[in-house]
Design a protein around this ligand. Sequence first.
Ligand code: ZN
Length: 452
Amino acid sequence: MDLHFLGAADTVTGSRHVVEMAGQRLMLDCGLFQGFKTLRERNWAPFPVDVRSLDAVLLSHAHLDHSGGLPLLVRAGFRGPIHCTAATRDLCEVLLLDSARLAQEDARRANRYRTSRHVPALPLYTVADARRAISQLMPLPRNRDSVLIGRLSARFRPAGHLLGASWISLSAGDERLVFSGDLGRSDDLLMLPPEPLDEADVLLIESTYGNRLHPAGNPVAELGALIRDTIGRGGSVLLPTFAVGRAQALLLAIQRLKAAGDLPASLPVALDSPMAIEATALYQKHRRGLRIGAAEAAGLDQGVTLVASAAASMRLASRKMPMVILAASGMATGGRVLHHLKRMAPDPRHAIVFPGFQVGGTRGARLLAGESEVKIHGEWWPVRARVTALSGMSGHADAQGLLAWAAGLSKPPRATFVIHGEPAASDALRLRLQERWTTPVRVPEHGSTWSG
Ligand code: ZN
């Protein structure tokens, strides 16, 4: 077996690995690099492998740091199948098209304001590239071995984390590679716990929270207290949120708080993201993969103002009365949340609450670090609003959850690779796993190769 670590190998984004096994060459995920500019620049580099030599891609889930490079892959000439679950296919259709539109908008803006070194600035990829990638997505059933090619078969096992998300078991004869993708937590609001790991000869395990434990508190109660406190001061709450997954968990939390009388039933709630609106419908469509019943699934968008058009979003930004606004993007790197940030950040009555993990270098990470000014569309805005994180809403397993999942193995893998984490997080998980197993546990370097 040969492994090539092309991304998420010294960082938490850009999940891309190539595995050569039983004479076939497969790619595991093809994500975008996000965060610091030096990392984002990797998105523009040519693939270090001939993508036409790949037999197939296996996609763990729809998050862009796992799927967002697929349009680049097809543009570079890949024409094979991209296997995933049916729900991941549906979500990718929403996420990849949005990613392409944002890339095209970025290029247009760079050309208008001449903020790029490149003239003319080109988009990373186009809507046509995204559509082509979507047409190559081939759903496989869950929890069943599917023969891919030659002796190779794959099984997608529920990973919690996000609608459709799976960990993947790839086998040829009695040799088995397991790729964790992103693992969810056992106490997620929407998602069921990840299925336990049972067997792996070679293991690739994520480490986003490899050095951290989730707080013991109750994030729903904490969110309720934050909202009550803010509206009591006459302010509004802005929740910069990932449109897919986190937004639906927040809608469920608000629904439960209102039902319990912990928030006024009349408190206006707006979902200001066309993508989040579409994703909510997909969560309702694929409800059987979730922890909630039909009534709560149907209630996700009941009584919520669904803001589809940009004009309606602008009107929302000028409303004075206290309300809760959910807007993408989750790390405030782009999207409609920026218009709300410009209006709300300078006013101390409001609260900006980040419910998700903030990658270093993003606007969200800077705001949470306490920066007193924020740069949006080339202008600086003072930050006087309360800025805080709601850490209990993470969709990832924490260090304890990752170790518990790995402990499902009856015998240690002959090689383990700790991927998809900031260096400190990956190394902490490596150390904990190495204490348990006598076989090697490594944090691979970006661009490195392993044979064994
Ligand atoms: Zn993910």
